[in-house]
Design a protein around this ligand. Structure first.
Ligand SMILES: Nc1ncnc2c1ncn2[C@@H]1O[C@H](COP(=O)(O)OP(=O)(O)OP(=O)(O)O)[C@@H](O)[C@H]1O
Ligand SMILES: [Mg+2]
Length: 386
């Protein structure tokens, strides 16, 4: 049996990692949109609540475009970069690796473009994969950050190609020593690049909204903002049905749709719930199986949710209960009284506190929602004091 088939047999669903190949469903319009932006040099920001599939979407489009010789594609995740220097190191490595996949070509290209940074190369081989990287000396007086920021544009012009540069977890730049100054520098350079498309996204929706949607911030109106939606119910339920079928088991289209709705169409939890249901299924999946799989996921998460609750004030908790109950008008006297929310002036503070922690989501023109559907299920199952 081939390796891939073995893998699929054991795990027909994938969560907590980038959804690729058979694990990737739908998103046709988003793929088209992002591809057109990349090809048309339109800078793009992707915003969505956590785990809706931003990273997977970008990876999918990059993989497609990397097959086209006209493009260099680089993706860098800056989650672990806590300083500007760490940012630049990761950035340079990603850009240079996009242009040279072999060590010799890599060292040569780095020396050509970044020789003044006294580059030091390292190479590792864990028996499975050879990896290499470069570190730069940022303390050398001769260095100029401009050279790094203009790197993709310079390479693209030299090689008569286009560069696509994607930066994941971009919100981390807000934590550097001089976040505004840093962002100003990036923007000043990047907006002049006519052979590069930048795509900036990350997992902290609230922070990204501040970076891209606040007109006092350097990245205000940097490019096209894509608000990613969930993948539609029918696409995801067909996906679930097919993955069961591919591995010799069955789930009815009706039950698959129920499964998808149970987690409010959340892509990550659909894959997790489907996987847990699949594991419990001998031949044909039943409603009881899906329910028990769902309960077990909520139970697994309950410690996390209890800790989260401990970090909230009683009024914030009551505010969450009100959302779970479908309350619309938070300022009505009746609601304020029923949920002990204090005065109506309080509501904005309560909402902002929960939004800034990405617990509650406030999408333009939509009803307030709790981001995590499993948290909603857990809250619904709680015995409330009120
Ligand atoms: N197109 C898709 N088809 C099927 N499943 C998907 C798809 N996109 C995402 N998922 C599921 O959602 C999970 C999270 O995806 P991904 O990491 O791409 O989201 P994200 O928005 O980047 O998350 P975060 O906000 O944490 O950065 C994946 O592990 C996978 O289970
Ligand atoms: Mg991500």
């Amino acid at each position: 049996m081939k390796k891939e088939e073995e893998y699929n047999e054991a795990m027909p669903f994938a969560y907590g990692k980038i959804a690729e190949n058979k694990d990737f469903a739908g998103r046709e319009k988003d793929i088209e949109h992002l591809t057109a932006n990349f090809k048309g040099h339109v800078n793009t920001t992707i915003i969505s609540p956590r785990r809706w599939g931003k990273t997977s979407l970008v990876q999918h489009v990059l993989t497609m475009l990397s097959k086209d010789k006209k493009y260099y594609t680089a993706k860098v995740d800056i989650f672990n970069c806590r300083t500007e220097e760490q940012f630049f190191t990761s950035y340079v490595n990603a850009i240079m690796k996009a242009t040279a996949t072999k060590f010799d070509a890599f060292t040569q290209a780095v020396k050509q473009y970044l020789g003044s940074f006294s580059p030091k190369f390292s190479i590792s081989d864990d028996g499975q994969k050879v990896d290499f990287s470069v570190s730069l000396d940022f303390h050398d007086k001769n260095y100029s950050i401009d050279d790094i920021l203009d790197l993709p544009q310079r390479i693209a012009t030299d090689k008569k190609k286009n560069f696509i540069v994607c930066i994941d977890e971009f919100q981390t730049v807000n934590e550097y020593d001089d976040p505004i100054g840093f962002q100003r520098k990036l923007r000043a350079h990047w907006q002049l690049h006519n052979s590069v498309s930048y795509c900036l996204f990350g997992s902290k929706r609230h922070m990204l909204m501040d970076i891209f949607g606040n007109y006092e911030m350097p990245f205000y109106r940097f490019g096209d903002i894509m608000f990613l939606e969930k993948i539609p119910e029918d696409v995801m339920s067909k996906f679930v049905v097919k993955r069961f079928k591919d591995t010799g088991k069955t789930i009815s289209p009706k039950l698959a749709a129920e499964l998808v709705r149970m987690v409010d169409l959340h892509p990550y939890y659909i894959q997790q719930l489907a996987q847990q249901s699949w594991l419990r299924t001998a031949d044909v999946c039943s409603e009881e199986i899906v329910k028990s799989a769902c309960n077990s996921i909520v139970a697994q998460l309950s410690l996390l949710f209890s800790n989260l609750m401990d970090s909230l004030t009683p009024k914030q908790i009551n505010f969450l209960y009100a959302i779970v109950d479908g309350v619309d008008n938070f300022s009505s006297t009746e609601v304020l009284k029923k949920y002990s929310l204090g005065t109506s002036a309080n509501i904005k503070n309560l909402r902002n506190a929960l939004v800034s922690r990405d617990i509650v989501d406030l999408m333009p023109g939509k009803k307030m929602e709790i981001q995590d559907p499993m948290f909603v299920l857990w809250l619904k199952g709680l015995k409330r004091p009120i």
